[in-house]
Design a protein. Structure first.
Length: 94
């Protein structure tokens, strides 16, 4: 018979653990570097990098959110940002 012991901790829990795999796969590509080198007319120095926007959208699609408007609740969730290797997801400018 298995017994389980539960105790309170300071870890953040997430129901979106598949993002860890998506982030690991993205890390193995050169997509982040290639997107960072893209210069778009009228957006030469973006506040949020092109790779961060694309990786955020990939993460949203991985959890079944097909619209970029769904990013709002995930902007401040460390798990989402860390697992996907996103440098900047927040709207605030430092």
């Amino acid at each position: 018979m298995l017994t389980y012991k539960f105790q309170e901790g300071s870890e953040s829990l997430s129901s979106h653990t598949g993002l860890g795999l998506a982030g690991a796969l993205l890390e193995r590509t050169e997509l982040k570097d290639r997107l960072s080198n893209v210069e778009l007319p009228g957006c030469k120095d973006p506040v949020i990098g092109h790779s961060d926007i694309v990786f955020s959208m990939i993460g949203l699609q991985c959890i079944g959110k097909p619209d970029y408007d769904a990013i709002e609740p995930f902007r401040e969730i460390p798990f989402f940002v860390q697992r996907l290797g996103i440098d900047r997801c927040s709207k605030t400018v430092n």
